[in-house]
Design a protein around this ligand. Structure first.
Ligand code: OFO
Length: 162
């Protein structure tokens, strides 16, 4: 049986993952508007991944006999100062998501909910990858500096994400 405390924390995390989905969709639209379709496509794929994260948690709650309670999702920003600023925002956001996941792991341990603890290990691993992916792109963009040619090359590379 899953505790009410864990159900509440997992429902909050569904909302956080859905907000991630929304945030990255907004970034995708921003990149398309900036004529960077490769960046836009990368972000659209990322947004789809976030929805799948939310659904994994949704399914876990139901499987454990808990009640899914969907929450209001805030509107994300529509614009960033630069493509670099958008990816810096994405990196910072992923660090915040990692800390939310870690807090639920702590709660699962405190509540002796081994099933949720083990379930969340996938998310702990995933967050290592999510942070690394965003940070790698931030660092590449910093190396490129003001180079428009470099930005277009990176755009072509990001378009290859499947
Ligand atoms: Fe769901 O990993 Fe990003 O936010």
């Amino acid at each position: 049986m899953i505790s009410e405390k864990i159900v509440k924390a997992l429902n909050d995390q569904i909302a956080a993952e859905m907000y991630s989905h929304y945030l990255y969709l907004a970034m995708a639209a921003y990149f398309h508007d900036e004529n960077l379709p490769g960046f836009g496509s990368w972000m659209k794929i990322q947004a789809a991944e976030e929805m799948s994260h939310a659904m994994k948690i949704y399914d876990h709650i139901i499987e454990r006999g808990g009640r899914v309670a969907l929450q209001k999702i805030d509107a994300p920003p529509a614009k960033w100062d630069s493509p670099l600023a958008a990816f810096e925002n994405a990196y910072k956001h992923e660090c915040e998501i990692s800390s939310k996941i870690n807090n639920i792991v702590d709660l699962a341990i405190a509540e002796k909910d081994h099933a949720t603890n083990v379930f969340l290990h996938w998310f702990v691993d995933e967050q290592v990858e999510e942070e690394a992916n965003a940070l790698e792109i931030v660092n590449h963009m910093k190396l490129l500096g003001e180079s428009k040619g470099g930005l277009l090359m990176l755009d072509r590379n990001l378009a290859k994400r499947e």
